[in-house]
Design a protein around this ligand. Sequence first.
Ligand SMILES: NC(=O)c1ccc[n+]([C@@H]2O[C@H](COP(=O)([O-])OP(=O)(O)OC[C@H]3O[C@@H](n4cnc5c(N)ncnc54)[C@H](OP(=O)(O)O)[C@@H]3O)[C@@H](O)[C@H]2O)c1
Length: 280
Amino acid sequence: MKILIIGSKGMLGQELAKVFADQQLTLWDREEVDITKPEEYGLKITEVGPDLIINAAAMNDVDGIEKDDAMAKLVNGSAVGSIADMCSILGIFMVHYSTDYVFDGTRQAGYAEGDKPEPISKYGESKLLGERLLKQAASEYYLIRTSRLFGNQGAGEGTKASFVDKIIAKAKEGGPLQLVDEEISSPTYVVDLAKRTREMLVARKPFGIYHVTNSGACTWYQFGMKALELAGFGNVPVTPVPASTFPRPAKRPAFSMLRNTKLPPMRSWEEALAEYLGKR
Ligand SMILES: NC(=O)c1ccc[n+]([C@@H]2O[C@H](COP(=O)([O-])OP(=O)(O)OC[C@H]3O[C@@H](n4cnc5c(N)ncnc54)[C@H](OP(=O)(O)O)[C@@H]3O)[C@@H](O)[C@H]2O)c1
């Protein structure tokens, strides 16, 4: 299968490239394409002639976007619609990723695939715009919502270290650390997400919205404590604090666990984290 992966140097994109390495891959990141400029890449995509486009490119700077969302609306919003348009024209399907931050986080039980998104941040709004434009432009797509990704940092210039890597880097300095004991969501290992994407394609799952996260949910404090324990920094002093300790520009959902009602459950986030940190 000829697959075009866009955002291939991101945290997820680089794992997708590994998981689909046995296919005829074309890997694009910012050097090859600016997804906000469809007039420049329409022809390029036609020349590649993919059977499938996977879009893992995004802007994820939640607080930066809260201050200025113009670029996020393009990258996370209208660009997704333009790529979906191309897929429709070429008669191929598209895989795209979205986020738990499209929900307002008031539902303690979490959100199923069909629940109504009501974002409370500009980042969430930009990702929801992308979801809407994708649905308008195409009928054959997998829209995969995920949350709290961890894994090897992407090679792209704008990609960030995940929460896990940041916490471990701080623990190496000796601490003490303060971690927010609020905002419940499901950490997700990019390797598991990439593998699940492939499994969905192989199984020819019906097109539509899917929620793909590792099983279980936790606060940032619980997530960080587990990471520190697994990485051998269990002795670093850590204090659980409320979110109000660190005022940030963007609001975060209090409960944004993504309920997966369509696929078999994935392994627990703790097990995936142990693998990532080499403690199987
Ligand atoms: N990270 C999370 O915790 C999280 C949570 C929920 C959902 N998601 C979603 O999961 C997907 C993958 O996220 P990720 O964490 O792997 O992202 P990432 O590491 O930030 O990678 C995104 C990639 O997209 C590229 N990109 C950005 N703007 C572009 C443009 N205009 N044209 C071409 N490429 C561009 C980036 O290049 P530069 O580095 O050069 O900017 C980067 O290589 C995204 O849809 C994201 O919204 C992520």
